[in-house]
Design a protein around this ligand. Structure first.
Ligand SMILES: Nc1ncnc2c1ncn2[C@@H]1O[C@H](COP(=O)(O)OP(=O)(O)O)[C@@H](O)[C@H]1O
Ligand SMILES: [Mg+2]
Length: 252
């Protein structure tokens, strides 16, 4: 199978005044469809820089990035925006929800930026609800973010990342602001989504969180220093079942 992600000698150098910061140094890697990768490394090792490149929010200074076989390092800014909207979903540490709109309205947002014919308002609402169901939060659809717990807010953010049915879900320290019990709950959501076929790359500092992934990549000083298969934790099948069924369901 062709890799979803293929990096060839990717470097990213920041120019900070007189100083050059080599945040990534000739990184090469491949990620297969359906993989679940935890990206680890100490602060400043280049994790966010790498995620920004994978997410087409930034471009390599050198090297090439193939996303589904397409060399995205060559694309123009607008083309990159389309790729982002159609193929990628993002989840961030601080949720990034709009405080003044409800959960379901937050989830609908990416549908407004979709290419092609505009979806009816009813269809948009339906899709947003389906995404909320996938993260087990349909019953909170009309709550505002401040009426939700941190874990629930992050689920809304995941639903928003899923609403355009991306192939690849990128999460930069999604559990960074959550307590460990809530982190565990959230990881069952990522598990279910991954079993539904979505490829996941997730940054974390915590081994507990990383152990949920199939593969662990470790960065140091802008280079991958380890690429390991993680020992899979036994998953409580029953606990993840409801979300799983929904994740496997076709959104039309
Ligand atoms: N916009 C920027 N300008 C200059 N240096 C940056 C910028 N972003 C990140 N860096 C530097 O690049 C290195 C990697 O940063 P980053 O990718 O954020 O690491 P991590 O996410 O692993 O903490 C660090 O030395 C950081 O200071
Ligand atoms: Mg970071």
């Amino acid at each position: 199978m062709n890799p979803v992600i293929k990096l060839e000698n990717v470097s990213r150098t920041y120019q900070a005044g007189e100083v050059e910061v080599r945040a990534l140094r000739q990184v090469g890697m491949e990620i297969a469809p359906g993989d679940f990768v935890a990206l680890m490394g100490s602060s400043g090792s280049g994790k966010s820089t790498l995620m920004n490149i994978l997410g087409c929010l930034d471009r390599p200074t050198e090297g090439r990035y193939f996303l589904n076989g397409v060399d995205v390092s060559e694309l123009a800014t607008e083309e990159l925006a389309d790729v982002r909207n159609q193929m990628l979903g993002f989840v961030f540490q601080n949720f990034n929800l709009f405080a003044r709109t409800t959960a379901v309205e937050n989830v609908e947002l990416p549908l407004l930026y979709r290419h092609g014919p505009r979806m009816s308002a009813r269809k948009q609402r339906e899709k947003a609800f389906q995404a909320l169901e996938m993260v087990g939060l349909a019953d909170r659809a009309h709550h505002h973010p401040n009426q939700l717990s941190g874990g629930q807010q992050q689920r809304v953010a995941i639903a928003r990342a899923l609403v355009n049915e991306p192939q690849l879900l990128l999460a930069d320290e999604p559990t960074g602001n959550l307590d460990s019990a809530t982190s565990e709950e959230l990881m069952t959501v990522f598990h279910s989504l991954n079993r539904g076929g979505i490829t996941i790359v997730l940054v974390t500092h915590e081994f507990d969180v990383a152990d949920h992934a199939r593969r662990r990549l470790t960065l140091r000083d802008g280079q991958i220093i380890a690429d390991e298969i993680t020992e899979q934790e036994t998953v409580d099948e029953e606990a993840t079942q409801p979300v799983l069924e929904l994740a496997g369901r076709e959104i039309t």
